[in-house]
Ligand binder design. Sequence first.
Ligand code: SIN
Ligand code: CO
Length: 381
Amino acid sequence: MFTLTLSDFSLEHFMQHYWQQKPVVIRQGFPGWQDPISPEELAGLACEQEVESRRVFKKRGKWQAESGPFESYDHLGKKGWTLIVQAVNHWSPEVAELVKPFAFIPKWRLDDVMISYSRPEGGVGPHIDRYDVFICQGSGRRRWRVGALGGHREFAAHAALLHVDPFEPILDVELLPGDILYIPPGFPHDGVSLEPSMSFSVGFRAKSACHMLSGLADYLIDQDLGNELLTDPKRPIHQHQGHIDGADMARIRAQMQAVLDNDVLMADFAGSFLSKTKCALDLQALDEPLVADALLAELARQPLVRTGGLRCFYLDATVRKGVCYVDGERHVFGAKAQASVKALCDHDTISARQLRGGLQLPAFVEALTQWVNAGYWYFED
Ligand code: SIN
Ligand code: CO
């Protein structure tokens, strides 16, 4: 279990003064740190086809990056390379525990837990991310330099490695196990390992308007929505045929705005879109599927655990009808399921007591049974 410990300021102070604004080091944010995964286990994961991984190193002074899966690490030597594995919270329940202390930020903002194992002098080079990241230092020491926002030239140091020009650090720190470095999007940074070390990056993403609107357009097409044509009865005589005038622009904008103002449509879109996972889930479907009664009997004995990385949400506009969005799919269970839907989305581990309203409803029990059979939720024992 990881307990976030802030000694220099409160969480409220962090959110008011640092979150999305400036980088900060949280010394011993996780006192008594123990790596939830070993370098060997991490290297093993990077051999798997479904797991996204990269290795970064220099060859004759030139940056190199290669994508996994990897077969061997023998040729890499003792120094100057880094292995990065994406979304390890999807593959390791122990690593997924590291997401819990960050529950003061909603799950839809979470991206994943990326882990890097670096040999001495290893690092990925100076770069800028479009993420908020809490870099939690695991075993070993790493030196981090962070620059100020703005005006940094980015270039491809290698086809798969975007770097920035050298920068003046505003932070230059050595992280020890249990220390946390928070970096908002846009601040250039560069971490260099001082000894074999592990870094656990809990990353948070925010989508651009472009990404959201393109997702919305795909959603409208898939659901066959928003097909009504623009109307303009009683149009006045137009004076300049080549002019798209202000009144017409207002009609066009109002037509689009009507989609954005449709609370239920937007909730259904946002819930489905934001609950889709970017990286694969480690879904362990049951060899012998349960029937609903067996599921209820087991749930009376032990809680259900949500598979690491599974995203499920509810929104104000639809939760009153018992709607939840699980891994990109919309499910409707009716008003009586409201409290159960909230509990299911708010908690990583969930008991029969927390789900009692929903468990009275055959449709809810059926969905839960299917989710458990498919591996979205599982019983630990
Ligand atoms: C790393 O852990 O080596 C890279 C993390 C980052 O800079 O985003
Ligand atoms: Co970075």
